[in-house]
Design a protein around this ligand. Structure first.
Ligand SMILES: C[S@@+](CC[C@H](N)C(=O)[O-])C[C@H]1O[C@@H](n2cnc3c(N)ncnc32)[C@H](O)[C@@H]1O
Length: 193
């Protein structure tokens, strides 16, 4: 089985990803991943929207599992099989903001305890790091701003929504006046930058 990153938005598949998907005996993915990969799926190839993530471990050799963005960034890269990298929300957000990776640390709040993720982000920003935070639709940016404000009052907060999609939006604010996302698909970048 191959786990193939399809990019975090339309038009972001690599040549390697396009080839792997085109040669697949069957394709499995979330609705968003299937939509992103649709042009590369050969006509007649069986396509399955994933309902049971545990069942993915037992797929045949020729199967391709699609993972949005890059499989190794909180994606399906934990599955056994070859990983084909993809363009992640991390890559696109840092490119849009013109920020180098060397000062960045990744924090995930996706499906996790948001208070713990905010505390982790606050500690990293206080150490001089730029935090790239994977959010989920219920993540409250103003709560993160409150935590950052305690130790890093000069920090800036960027909210990057729908990266790569036609409605992409990047806004940068302060801990006192953070941007509030209006779409469920967003990441946050915070720090002194
Ligand atoms: C489970 S993580 C998967 C990340 C993915 N593997 C990647 O490489 O970007 C899902 C989270 O990634 C972020 N994300 C993924 N695609 C995005 C996009 N196009 N725009 C903004 N955020 C995105 C959001 O925070 C979303 O809740």
């Amino acid at each position: 089985m191959k786990i193939v990153g399809v990019g975090c938005g339309p038009g972001m598949m690599t040549g390697e990803a396009i080839r792997a998907i085109g040669e697949a005996a069957e394709v499995h993915g979330s609705a968003r991943a299937i939509e992103l990969a649709s042009e590369a799926i050969r006509p007649g190839c069986p396509v399955h929207e994933i309902t049971d993530y545990r069942a993915l471990r037992t797929l045949d050799d020729g199967a391709v599992v699609l993972s949005t963005g890059d499989p190794m960034l909180s994606g399906l890269g934990y599955l056994p099989g070859e990983i084909v990298p993809g363009i992640s929300s991390l890559q696109v957000a840092l490119a849009r903001l013109h920020l180098p990776w060397t000062r960045v640390v990744v924090v995930s709040a996706h499906g996790r305890d948001h208070a713990a993720a905010c505390a982790e982000a606050g500690a990293e920003v206080a150490r001089g790091r730029i935090v790239f935070l994977l959010a989920d639709p219920t993540f409250a940016v103003d709560r993160l701003a409150g935590v950052l404000g305690a130790d890093s009052p000069g920090a800036r907060i960027a909210v990057c929504e729908s990266l790569g999609y036609p409605d992409e939006r990047i806004r940068v604010g302060t801990v006192g006046d953070p941007p509030i996302p209006s779409s469920p698909l967003f990441v946050v970048v915070a720090g002194i930058f």
